[in-house]
Design a protein around this ligand. Structure first.
Ligand code: PLP
Length: 389
């Protein structure tokens, strides 16, 4: 096998996504004093920009962390030991969040799924209606399950909670949807939204964000889980003056200012349309190959990644290895129980039609070279889909 290292590496993971040159240049500036006079203007601009992306007028905080830190922050600021939380096991990330909650002594009721769909709003409503004593303190959902490519319809989940008349907090992992898929923290009545830097926000990994409703802020006053680093109250207090309670990731914040400017210049609606086009085009390719996506429901397909099921007897990671060596392209691996059974094509962030075409060409050729029985013509189908929209 010829290993190809020439040209630019195709980083087609569903995060970390490709970091635009503009953002890389912004990050490479000299670090400034985070307790100095120039910092408050930066902090305030970032909070304003993030509010626009989360679509919220509420508080937004930034932690030097990955998305997993965001999960922990959402839990420890709102819950107490023994609190009941309702969660859906829609995939590996939902499962990981469930594990974090349990490690803190939170009692998690899990609704299992077959990992081929999002959380079912009807089931959510039924479980909340049955909880007449309102013992669930929170409902925690993953918006875009990056291990499966299936999305949970958060607006419908909110309506289900309202129909059940349940006061539970709504915590949403939007790690792989904020900045690339339609997301509305305020309109959907979300209490805590968690996001991270390395997906739609087009930054390297290293920043986690929370948008926090007034109801969640009130909950934090009585929440008794142990917290120190993740406590959002000192963060909110320092941010009000434009500072941080501890050293922030200064250079990533420079990058964030640039990526927020890029999202604003393109316009969020346009950003969402662009990703929806990639999602449709990638699924046309999968269909043309005669393969299937892990997500079974048409109305829950993710716009930012396509998870492809390998035919029986073919190992997805061997195929990924071939694609890596032959085409200098990284595709996402199958996670948890999907290991070896699926591969994930990321089409998120700083991306265009020809990058998608190149990515799908590498996948199609890699499948053929791996001896996977496919029909050719997936790239063609994707191009036609792109031409039509
Ligand atoms: N939630 C979702 C939906 C994710 O896709 C990821 C990571 O890919 C995480 C949470 C965990 O984030 P991190 O790996 O940044 O800790």
């Amino acid at each position: 096998m010829v290993r190809t290292r020439t040209g630019r590496h195709f980083l087609q993971l569903p995060g970390p996504s490709n970091v635009p040159d503009r953002v890389l240049r912004a990050i490479s500036r000299g670090t400034i004093d985070h307790r100095g006079p120039d910092f408050p203007a930066l902090t305030r601009a970032l909070i304003e920009g993030l509010r626009a992306v989360f679509r919220t007028d509420s508080a937004v905080v930034m932690y030097p962390a990955s998305g997993t830190g965001g999960w922990e922050a959402a839990l420890v600021n709102t819950l107490s030991p023994g609190d009941r939380v309702l969660m859906f096991e829609t995939g590996q990330f939902a499962l990981n969040w469930i594990h974090v909650a349990r490690r803190f002594g939170v009692h998690v009721d899990v609704i299992e799924t077959d990992w081929r769909r999002g959380a079912d709003p009807a089931l959510l409503e039924e479980r909340l209606r049955d909880d007449r004593g309102h013992t669930f303190r929170a409902v925690a959902l993953v918006h875009n399950e990056t291990s499966t490519g299936a999305m949970t319809r958060i607006a419908e989940a909110r309506r289900a909670i309202n129909r059940a008349g349940h006061p539970a907090l709504l915590l949403v992992d939007a790690v792989s949807s904020v900045g690339c898929m339609d997301y509305r923290h305020d309109e959907w009545g979300v209490d805590v939204t968690i996001a991270a830097s390395q997906k739609g926000l087009m930054l390297p990994p290293g920043l986690a964000f929370l948008a926090i409703s007034a109801k969640a802020q009130a909950a934090s006053r009585t929440a008794a889980l142990p917290r120190s680093y993740w406590d959002w109250n000192p963060m909110l207090a320092s941010n009000a003056d434009g500072f941080f309670p501890y050293t922030p990731s200064t250079n990533l914040l420079f990058g964030l200012r640039e990526s927020l400017a890029m999202l604003e210049e393109e316009g969020l609606e346009q950003v969402f349309c662009r990703h929806a086009r990639y999602g449709r085009a990638a699924r046309s390719a999968v269909q043309a190959w005669g393969l299937s996506t892990q997500c079974e429901r048409a109305d829950e397909q993710s716009d930012v990644l396509t998870t492809v099921v390998m035919p029986q007897g073919h190992d997805a990671d061997r195929f990924r290895g071939l694609v890596h060596d032959r085409f200098n392209m990284s595709l996402g691996t199958g996670l948890g129980k999907l290991k070896g059974r699926v591969f994930r094509i990321g089409h998120v962030g700083d991306f265009n039609d020809l990058m998608l075409a190149g990515t799908l060409a590498g996948v199609e050729s890699g499948l053929a070279l791996s001896g996977v029985p496919i029909r050719r013509g997936g790239v063609d189908a994707a191009l036609r889909s792109l031409e039509q929209s």
